[in-house]
Design a protein around this ligand. Structure first.
Ligand SMILES: [Zn+2]
Length: 421
């Protein structure tokens, strides 16, 4: 009888787990769809997309009953950011190109309007000061098309960038790119634009480029981190963070939805915020949705400086950025500096059989944990491995993001945070 009862309990438990999983996945999917919808404008700087996202996340925190640590849930700060609100038109030899797919306007771009003859340059045209001076003369009133040759050498790439910027002082610069076009955000603007064009659409025999590019540098743009706490049973703190900003729009026609980067991390943050608001952990948990990550970790930098709580009480900061797949498990950045936390994650994973693997990686200043690490606040950063790899492009969409291991990463974090004393 007792055995039978145990079996029923196990089956009930299992179906509850499956039910919970379905509930969790459908909620995560709804969060993802909202954050990546055109109404959020890629959570960037055209049409105030970042502010729309901040308000919406604040409303979710309120719905869960998270409490402000200061006067309200928002932590404002400002930074300069370049943006492209207006329609962008690029044609090569009369062929109109598709923004985001055939070309991107480099984040630091200034404005240009007109028809330009292309002057094709190789690295040899720039290597000595004499050649450079001559080249700058030749390209005046024209557009420089650069063919620098591919390399992965960091010093060479830095030299290429310096030459690009020097050319951008003189006029529009265009560059054929083989492979994917990857966009970003810049906090400054050059005088002229740099257009990266898919190499099928721009060859070394292209003659004329027509440009209609208008940038708008937003000076002291007001952004906000969103912070809410779930009270625990003790005095210690865990900080859970995920950036909600992405790249926004490049003109009205190219939307960068940022599903994996980082609507997926925000969906995890919200899911865990809802759980811990109903099931207090031993530690207090500060949930932070960071702004300005893509512009260079500006939001997390400000959060650390502004000190919403006493950082001395923080046992661990966990940064979530890119959690939409997981076919090959997860990586923990800064694991080598937080060995005990890493071992515990591995222990839970082995016992619960959740993820294919948990990979250890050393320190890397590649997301919002970094400013915390620099302040010697114990921190790790978790991202998923495998599956689709769209990154900083128009293809990073909710429809194609599988959320393969979302529920298992959620289980892992839930148990890990709950078990921290
Ligand atoms: Zn990111």
């Amino acid at each position: 009888m007792r055995q039978c009862f145990t079996l029923v309990a196990v089956l009930l438990g299992m179906s509850a787990y499956t039910q919970d999983r379905g509930w969790l996945e459908s909620h995560a999917r709804a969060y993802l769809d909202t954050l990546t919808s055109p109404a959020f404008h890629g959570r960037g700087y055209v049409n105030g997309g970042d502010a729309i996202a901040a308000d919406w996340i604040g409303a979710q925190f309120e719905r869960f009953g998270l409490k402000p640590v200061k006067k309200d849930l928002f932590q404002p700060f400002t930074f300069n950011v370049n943006s492209f609100p207006d329609s962008i038109k690029v044609s090569v030899d009369g062929q109109l190109l598709v923004p985001g797919t055939d070309f991107i306007v480099s984040a630091k771009s200034g404005s240009a309007k007109g028809s330009y003859h292309l002057v094709h340059l190789t690295i040899d045209d720039l290597l000595t000061p004499e050649r450079r001076a001559m080249t700058m003369g030749v390209i005046t009133g024209k557009a420089a098309c650069i063919h620098f040759g591919s390399t992965t050498d960091q010093d060479t790439l830095a030299m290429y960038r310096a030459f690009e910027e020097e050319l951008m002082l003189h006029g529009p610069v265009v560059k054929p790119v083989a492979g994917k076009l990857t966009w970003s955000v810049a906090r400054e603007a050059m005088r002229h634009p740099l257009i990266e064009i898919a190499s099928e659409a721009l060859t070394d025999s292209s003659l004329i480029i027509d440009l209609e590019v208008t940038n708008k540098l937003l000076v002291r743009h007001q952004a906000r981190n969103v912070l809410g706490m779930a009270k625990g049973k003790g005095k210690g703190w865990i900080v859970l963070g995920a950036h909600y900003d992405h790249l926004g729009r490049m003109g009205p026609d190219a939307l960068f939805p940022g599903a994996n980067d980082n609507a997926s991390g925000v969906a995890m943050l919200l899911s865990l915020a809802e759980y811990f608001s109903k099931h207090p952990a031993k530690n207090n948990i500060l949930f932070v949705a960071f702004a300005g990550e893509e512009a260079g970790l500006v939001g997390s930098e400000w959060c650390v400086v502004d000190r919403p709580i006493d950082w001395a009480g923080v046992k661990l900061m966990i940064n979530l950025d890119i959690l939409g797949t997981g076919d090959d498990g997860i990586t923990v950045v800064n694991a080598t500096a937080q060995q005990a936390a890493f071992d515990k994650l591995v222990g839970i994973n082995t016992e619960r059989q959740l993820l294919a693997q948990i990979k250890s990686r050393g320190p890397a200043c590649n997301s919002d944990h970094c400013p915390f690490v620099k302040r010697e606040i114990p921190s790790i950063y978790i991202y998923t491995l495998g599956g689709v790899a769209h990154y900083h492009d128009v293809l990073d969409r909710a429809e194609t993001l599988p959320l393969t291991e979302f529920a298992d990463v959620y289980e892992l974090l839930k148990e890990f945070i709950s078990s921290m004393r």
